[in-house]
Write a protein that binds this ligand. Structure first.
Ligand code: UD1
Ligand code: MG
Length: 414
C-alpha cells in the first residue's frame, strides 16, 4: 500500500510541477506590477526580477501535500478507530506545521528584512511540534558507538553497541532544523544557486531513501516507513524546485527569495527527522556546513559584515570576482584578528593591508565559499561560477554516499 501511495504522490508531484510552471508565468507580471522584485546585482541592466517567486511554489507544494494526506490512510477508512495509525498521520501533520511556519518566516523576511535573532528564534520554536510528535511516538534517541571507539576503550571499559543520549538527541535535531533553515540562504546571490543546491540535495536525499527502501525490502518494517514518509515530502518538493530552478537559472527570470530558502531548508530537515537520518543529512550539506563555518566571523560580527556578500560584477568583462569587506584594523575584535591570521597563513583568505588618513585599513574577501571559489579560480562568468558551485554540490553528494554506505560500514557494525 505504501508503494501505491508513493506512485500517487509522484503523480501529484508531476501535476504540481505543471501548475508551478503555469503559475510562475502568470505571476511574473503581477509581481512586477506590485513592485515585488529585486535588482539583479550581477547584470549591466540591474534589471528588476520578480521576487520572492518561491512563495508560489511553496503554496503549490502545500496544496499537493494537503491533497495527499488521506492517500496513505485509505486502507484504514471505515475500520475500527483503535486500529488507525494515528502516529503516522501525526508525523505527516507535524512535518507540515514546521514547513508552513518556515514558509511564513521566509515570506516575513522577504517583506520585512528580519533581524538575525528572529531568524534563529523562530525556527527553533517551530521545530517544537515536530520534536513533540517524535517524543510521543516513542522514537529512538540512541546512537551507535563506532566499533573503533569500542575497541580502543575496551581495555579500560566495555562500551555498549548503542548509547541512549536522550535529550541531547532532541537538542541536536533542533540545531539541525535551525542550521538547515539558514544554511541555504547564506550560500546565495548567484543566479540559480539557491534553487540549484536545493535541487541537488533533495534529489540526492530522495535517491538515498530509494536505496534504503530497496535494502529494507519489506513494507512491514518501521525503517521502510521512515524512508517512505521522507519521500512523501521530498518528491513534491523536488518537482516544484526543479521548475523554480528552470526560471531561476542564469539569466534569472525570477528570484526565489528567502521564502524558498527557509522552505527548502526546513523541508530537508523535516524529512531527515521523520526518516531518522538527521546525521546522514549533514553529509549532503557539506558545502553549506563549510560555508557556515567560514562565515562565522562575519555572522557573529567578529569581522565587519556588509549587507550583501554576493560577488562583485564587472560590466566591462561581464564577469564576477570576489567581493571585498573593507574596515579599519582597529575595529577588529581579538577573535577576528586570530581568524584572519590563521586563514591568511593557510591561503584561505585574500588580505590587503593599506594606510589611509593615518589609519591602517584591511581589505578581505567576504567570507563565503562563493568568494573562495573566485579567490582560487579568478574572475569568471556568473554562469560558470554557478556551474562550479553545482559541481561541488554534486561531488559532495557522491562523497556523502561513499561515507554513508562504505566508510560507515567500516566504523559501525551496521
Ligand atoms: C543573503 C546573504 C547575503 C547575500 C544575499 C544574496 C548572508 C549573511 N546573507 O542575505 O550576503 O548577498 O543572501 O541573496 O550571507 N540577488 C542577485 N542575484 C541573485 C540572487 C540574489 O543579485 O542571483 C540579489 C538581489 O538584489 C535580490 C537579493 O540579492 O533582491 C536578495 O537578497 P536577500 O535574500 O534579501 O538577502 P539575505 O537573504 O538577507
Ligand atoms: Mg536570501
Amino acid at each position: 500500500m505504501s508503494l501505491i501511495s508513493l506512485f500517487i504522490n509522484a503523480g501529484l508531484s508531476a501535476g504540481g510541477a505543471v501548475v508551478c510552471y503555469r503559475l510562475i508565468l502568470d505571476y511574473i507580471p503581477i509581481f512586477i506590477a506590485r513592485k515585488m522584485y529585486g535588482n539583479d546585482q550581477c547584470k549591466v541592466s540591474n534589471a528588476p526580477v520578480p521576487e520572492p517567486m518561491g512563495v508560489i511554489c511553496a503554496a503549490v507544494y502545500l496544496i499537493v501535500m494537503f491533497m495527499f494526506i488521506p492517500v496513505p490512510f485509505f486502507e484504514w477508512i471505515g475500520m475500527e478507530s483503535t486500529e488507525f495509525p494515528y502516529a503516522k498521520l501525526l508525523a505527516i501533520l507535524s512535518g507540515l506545521i514546521s514547513i508552513s511556519t518556515a514558509i511564513l518566516l521566509g515570506f516575513a523576511d522577504d517583506m520585512l528584512d528580519l533581524r538575525w535573532r528572529h531568524k534563529l528564534l523562530f525556527p527553533t520554536l517551530s521545530s517544537l511540534p515536530l520534536l513533540m510528535v517524535y517524543y510521543v511516538a516513542g522514537n529512538s534517541t540512541t546512537v551507535i558507538v563506532p566499533s573503533i571507539v569500542r575497541h580502543l576503550i575496551h581495555p579500560i571499559a566495555v562500551l555498549p553497541i548503542t548509547i541512549n543520549i536522550s535529550f541531547i538527541y532532541y537538542i541536536f535535531m533542533g540545531m539541525v532544523i535551525v542550521f538547515c533553515t539558514n544554511a541555504i540562504n547564506i550560500l546565495a546571490g548567484v543566479n540559480g544557486l539557491e534553487s540549484g543546491q536545493s535541487l541537488v540535495i533533495s534529489a540526492s536525499v530522495s535517491l538515498f531513501n530509494f536505496v534504503q527502501i530497496y535494502r529494507f525490502g519489506t513494507e512491514n518494517t518501521t525503517g521502510f516507513w521512515h524512508h517512505i514518509i521522507s519521500l512523501y515530502f521530498l518528491l513534491p518538493f523536488t518537482a516544484c524546485t526543479a521548475v523554480l530552478f528552470y526560471f531561476n537559472k542564469y539569466p534569472s527570470r525570477v528570484f526565489v527569495g528567502d521564502t524558498f530558502c527557509y522552505w527548502s531548508g526546513m523541508t530537508l530537515a523535516v524529512v531527515s527527522i521523520l526518516g531518522h537520518f538527521s546525521k546522514t543529512l549533514m553529509l549532503f550539506f557539506i558545502p553549506q556546513t563549510i560555508n557556515f563555518v567560514y562565515s562565522i566571523p562575519q555572522l557573529f560580527h567578529l569581522v565587519p559584515c556588509p549587507r550583501h556578500r554576493l560577488p562583485k560584477y564587472d560590466p566591462k568583462s561581464d564577469t564576477v570576482s570576489m567581493s571585498i569587506a573593507e574596515f579599519k584594523k582597529s575595529e577588529l575584535k581579538l577573535l577576528g584578528s586570530i581568524f584572519i591570521s590563521i586563514c591568511r597563513s593557510i591561503g584561505m583568505l585574500y588580505v590587503n593591508e593599506f594606510e589611509k588618513d593615518g589609519e591602517i585599513y584591511l581589505r578581505i574577501n567576504n567570507l563565503t565559499i562563493i568568494n573562495l571559489v573566485l579567490k582560487f579560480g579568478g574572475p569568471m562568468h556568473e554562469k560558470t561560477l554557478n556551474d562550479v558551485l553545482m559541481t561541488i554540490q554534486i561531488l559532495s553528494s557522491c562523497l556523502a554516499f561513499f561515507i554513508r554506505f562504505y566508510l560507515a560500514s567500516l566504523f559501525y557494525d551496521v
